[in-house]
Each structure stands twice: as structure tokens, then as C-alpha cells.
Design a protein around this ligand. Structure first.
Ligand code: PHE
Length: 350
């Protein structure tokens, strides 16, 4: 039962809005609700569980009211058809299936689970974009012009250019959002609060396609900045997230790596959740017992500086993890291309 006074008030306000809204689903993504989720980190740890439970209940109630409202909006009186009338008269109402007959895509479902785990850890969720500029893809991430590492990302370029004459691009990783997140939440640091945000969104790479490579896929970026953040914080955050996501204890392995925007940088592997190295035929890890999952590291001081943050006072970590990979491992999906394929036989299993 919801008895937290703040949540009760929020519930009344949002329910009222949902019942009269023309796009009720947008209320489920309202800033107030996000704020209520972000507030979790300010709550006394002993009361956090109860607050979280009540917040979830509130979301469920809102979501069923939003669904009912949506169904109400979709009920339109069809006029009898005059077959000789111009096209637009007979086609006033788009003949779409009502949303109650469809289901959500597995990627959407899993992004929601991933977001909820991070929200419980005090992170806010941000969205990326599908066209970006080279400043966010490279310069702000400490890739100087003509740096060879720019070629490691098989970036799709458009013919259009930005105000500097550089081609616009389809972002090849969610790290394009690091600079924006740091700038957006920089005031948190003044207040003694961390910057803590994730970005689960689409990315694009000009790759040859096969069962493990797709030109369009999803990543979740994580950015955390505060005073005295260290590699231990990074590893334990990722381990905690992955254990929650897979619902079991997992070992992790960290190897040195190189990214221009983190220093030190690591490649992060997970003990195989299916065979833990006991099955030499395991489809998920090919019997190696480990699965390389993501890149991460401590944010390079130049990246902090380009967002106006003083690296002598603050430090942070960032990570970027392939969401399709996570999902494929969770459900033992053998071909990444199924996820973007609109194959109904596949999608109906979720
Ligand atoms: N953006 C990197 C990639 O896509 C991953 C990464 C993110 C590495 C954040 C370090 C920090 O390969």
C-alpha cells in the first residue's frame, strides 16, 4: 500500500493527468516520476526498500490507468465507408492493431530491467540520439584530429556537415553522451552529490554482418563522477549490476586495454553464467569460461576538463556495455540479427 505522503501526492497528481491526457504513456516518463526514482539515493538506507516497493506500485497503477486511457482514445467511431470518396476520407483512422494486442520488443523489456537496476543504485537514465557531431564522437572524448583510434570505430558518416564543416555521423557508441551528461549534472558536484547516469540507446557501425555483428545495436553507457572515485568502485558497480541482471553470483576478470577517453582502461569479462568453464562445447563462451562484455575505465582527465570539471578535485569511471550481447547471453540467442529482424516467431517468445 502506498502511504508515503510524497508518493501519495504524486500518485494523485499523475493519475489525474493520465486520465485526461491525449498521450497517456508519456506521463509514465514524466520528469516528476524520474525525480522520485532519483530521490531513492537520498533516502535513509533502512527505508529505501519500502520506498522502492511503493514507487514500483505507483508505476504499476499508473501504467494500468494509462493503458485504459489509451484504449479509450483508440475507440473511434468509424463512419460507414463511401467507396467513391477520396482516399483521405476513408482512411481517417489508421488501421493499427490496438496496443493491447501487441507486446513489447525484448530489447525494450531488457532496457527497462537494466534501467531499474541502475536506478536502484541511484543512477538517472538519459537518452542518446541517432545523429550526432564529431565533437561529441571524438574531440570531447580526447581523440585528437587524425588520431588513428578514430578508425577503430567504423562510423557511418552522412553527407551533411555541421557548423565546423565536419560530417555529421550516426553515433558508433553511447560514449558520445559523456560530455553532455557531465555538463548537465555538473551542479551535483557542487552540492556534494555524484554525477551518476546511464544511457541505454542505439548505436551504429559500418560492419560486416554475421551472427555476432550487426550494424545497428544497443549499448548502455555509465558515467559516475565524485570525489575519490577509484577502480574498485568501477568493478564492484559492474559486478553488482551483472549479478542482479543474471540473478546469480558471478566472477569478473579485468584486463588492461586502451581507450582514449579512459585512463586506465579495461576490458571486462564475466565468468560464463551458463557453464562457468565446465563445458567445452558451451555455445555462449566456446568453453573458455569467460565472456568479454564491455569496455570501461577511469574517465580521462581531459574528458573531465572538456566538460568544465576540475580533475584535481574529482574523478570518475565510465563503461560501455553491449546490450544485445547481454540479452543474447541471458536467453541463449544464437544470432544477434534476430533482435533487429522483426521475425515474429522469434519475438513471440518474449
Ligand atoms: N565506447 C567504448 C566502445 O564502444 C566502450 C567504453 C565506454 C569504454 C566507456 C570505456 C568507457 O567500445
Amino acid at each position: 500500500m502506498i502511504d508515503n505522503p510524497k508518493l501519495l501526492q504524486l500518485k494523485e497528481e499523475l493519475l489525474q493527468q493520465t486520465k485526461t491526457s491525449d498521450s497517456p504513456q508519456t506521463i509514465l516518463r514524466s520528469d516528476k516520476l524520474r525525480q522520485a526514482m532519483a530521490d531513492i539515493r537520498n533516502i535513509d538506507p533502512a527505508k529505501r526498500g519500502e520506498y522502492g516497493k511503493q514507487l514500483n506500485q505507483l508505476k504499476q497503477e499508473l501504467s494500468s490507468v494509462a493503458e485504459a486511457r489509451q484504449a479509450e482514445l483508440e475507440q473511434v467511431d468509424l463512419k460507414p465507408i463511401d467507396v467513391t470518396a477520396p482516399m483521405d476520407i476513408n482512411c481517417q483512422v489508421p488501421q493499427l492493431l490496438p496496443s493491447s494486442e501487441g507486446s513489447r520488443h525484448p530489447i525494450t523489456q531488457e532496457i527497462e530491467k537494466i534501467s531499474q537496476i541502475f536506478e536502484r543504485m541511484g543512477y538517472v537514465v538519459e537518452e542518446s540520439r541517432e545523429i550526432d557531431d564529431q565533437y561529441h564522437m571524438f574531440e570531447s572524448l580526447n581523440f585528437p584530429k587524425d588520431h588513428p583510434a578514430r578508425d577503430d570505430y567504423d562510423t557511418f558518416m552522412t553527407e551533411d556537415v555541421d557548423k565546423n564543416g565536419d560530417r555529421l555521423i550516426a553515433p558508433a557508441h553511447t560514449s558520445t553522451m559523456q560530455n553532455r551528461i557531465l555538463r548537465k549534472y555538473i551542479d551535483n558536484l557542487e552540492r556534494g552529490e555524484p554525477i551518476a547516469s546511464i544511457v541505454p540507446d542505439r548505436v551504429f557501425r559500418n560492419e560486416d554482418l554475421d551472427a555476432r555483428h550487426e550494424h545497428t545495436f544497443y549499448q548502455v553507457e555509465g558515467v559516475y563522477v565524485a570525489k575519490g572515485v577509484n577502480v574498485g568502485n568501477l568493478i564492484s558497480t559492474l559486478q553488482e549490476f551483472l549479478q542482479e541482471y543474471y540473478g546469480q553470483k558471478l566472477d569478473v576478470r579485468v584486463n588492461p586495454f586502451y581507450f582514449p577517453f579512459t585512463e586506465p582502461s579495461f576490458e571486462f569479462a564475466l565468468s560464463c553464467p551458463f557453464c562457468a568453464g565446465d563445458n567445452s562445447n558451451c555455445k555462449v563462451c566456446s568453453g573458455e569460461g569467460w565472456v568479454e562484455l564491455l569496455g570501461c575505465g577511469l574517465i580521462n582527465p581531459n574528458v573531465l576538463k572538456s566538460a568544465g570539471i576540475d580533475p584535481s578535485q574529482y574523478s570518475g569511471f565510465a563503461f560501455g556495455c553491449g546490450i544485445d550481447r547481454l540479452i543474447m547471453m541471458k536467453y541463449q540467442i544464437e544470432d544477434i540479427r534476430y533482435l533487429e529482424s522483426a521475425k515474429l516467431d522469434f519475438l513471440k517468445q518474449f
